[in-house]
Write a protein that binds this ligand. Structure first.
Ligand SMILES: Cc1ncc(COP(=O)(O)O)c(C=O)c1O
Length: 374
């Protein structure tokens, strides 16, 4: 019996075979094994996770849900959708839950793309836009970034073609941390053709300073082709539970819900997300820790004369030269960060902002690594 699958004999579409798998942050256990290190001494600043851990309120909510786990989750996710609808003052049929906001991005791809269609997104924007596009057989129109590695909305508008069904905008963007002010996005939304669906991915929204915030849900009221996507993975500290959501007018929400897996968000995730949504103290703490950690990293980069991209998220992109070598030298010291060569940025590393002591450990390791890698 031939146990090796021969892809020539199985009709895997060429556009699926062409997909490069998603590369995540290296797990702590893997680095400990590979480099002979103690897991407890490893610092992971590689996946834009919340260094505070999850909120205690979410832990309690999950404990109360434990005895229910033999049952399927509420497929309509009524309670969390009601809580989100109330927070954003929108009808419940404007809210779609996702298995992380990654799920929302993929749902949008499946709902609005197909072979013969195209999606527009920026160079250096979140890698899942490419995956969500490629797996539908649609064509990707990748628009060159600005010199500061941000989205060039004017060029993105100009790149929309007759077959374009979808545009992805990340604000702030990962891995660059760049931010688009509200006036630019609003002008874009006013000019984009009404039949083109725009996904505004705001996974890092809660890290914005009050003066940078704007009411993107207000745009959802005005623009029937807009989907705003957010997540509980970052500032809410629930990355492992996989809960994200989209706000869009009822017709787009209806389409996404038709193809959503019926139980895409599990019971623990639903319970934890409700608790986290109401935990204003935790959110504020996450925000403040991130601001302080950003200053700590940026001051070190300035002292070491390293270029970095001013970031509006919970991570910073820093230019270190031979990033592969510096990354190796960091790993040997038990510090995991994210190389971004797969984004076409081989001289840069993305550092997630951690606890003060984690940031400090990274800075010390970086100084040594730069010496070692020179
Ligand atoms: C810009 C952006 N959007 C979406 C996501 C997806 O996150 P999640 O699926 O955990 O909500 C990420 C994760 O890193 C991201 O950086």
């Amino acid at each position: 019996m031939n146990t090796v699958t021969d892809l020539n004999k199985i009709p895997v579409p060429a556009y699926i075979q062409a997909i490069a798998p998603y590369v995540g942050g290296k797990p702590i256990s893997e680095v400990a094994r590979e480099y002979g290190l103690d897991e407890n001494n490893i610092v992971k600043l590689a996946s834009n996770e919340n260094p505070l851990g999850m909120p205690e309120s979410a832990r309690q909510a999950m404990l109360q849900t434990f005895d229910e786990l033999a049952r399927y989750p509420d497929g309509n996710a009524y309670d969390i959708r009601a809580a989100l609808a109330q927070k954003f003052r929108v009808p419940m049929d404007w809210v779609t839950l996702g298995n992380g906001s990654n799920d929302i991005l993929v749902l949008a791809g499946h709902a609005f793309l197909q072979p013969g269609a195209s999606a527009v997104y920026s160079q250096y924007s979140f890698v899942v836009y490419a995956l969500a596009t490629q797996e539908t057989g649609a064509r990707a129109i990748v628009v060159p970034a600005t010199p500061g590695l941000g989205h060039d909305l004017e060029a993105m508008l100009g790149s929309i073609e007759a077959d374009t069904h979808l545009v992805f905008i990340a604000n702030p963007n990962n891995p660059t941390g760049t931010f688009l002010p509200s006036a630019e996005i609003e002008a874009f939304l006013q000019r984009v053709p009404a039949h083109v669906v725009v996904v505004l991915d705001e996974a890092y929204n809660e890290y914005l300073a009050p003066e940078q915030r704007f009411d993107s849900v207000e745009w959802v009221r005005r623009f029937p082709n807009l989907i705003v996507s957010r997540t509980f993975s970052k500032a809410y500290g629930l990355a492992g539970l996989r809960v994200g959501y989209a706000i869009a007018q009822a017709p787009l929400t209806d389409i996404m819900n038709r193809i959503r897996q019926p139980f895409n968000v599990n019971s623990l995730g639903q319970a934890a997300a409700i608790a986290a949504l109401h935990d204003h103290n935790f959110l504020q703490k996450s925000y403040e820790l991130n601001r302080a950690g950003y200053q700590q990293l940026v001051q070190a980069f300035e002292r070491l004369r390293l270029s970095f991209i001013p970031s509006y998220g919970n991570f910073v992109l820093v230019k270190v030269g031979n990033a592969a070598a510096v990354n190796q030298a960091l790993l040997k010291q038990g510090v995991i960060v994210r190389p971004v060569a797969n984004y076409g940025l081989p001289e840069w590393l993305r550092i997630s902002i951690g606890l003060p002591e984690e940031n400090q450990a990274f800075i010390l390791a970086l100084e040594r690594a730069l010496g070692m890698a020179a």
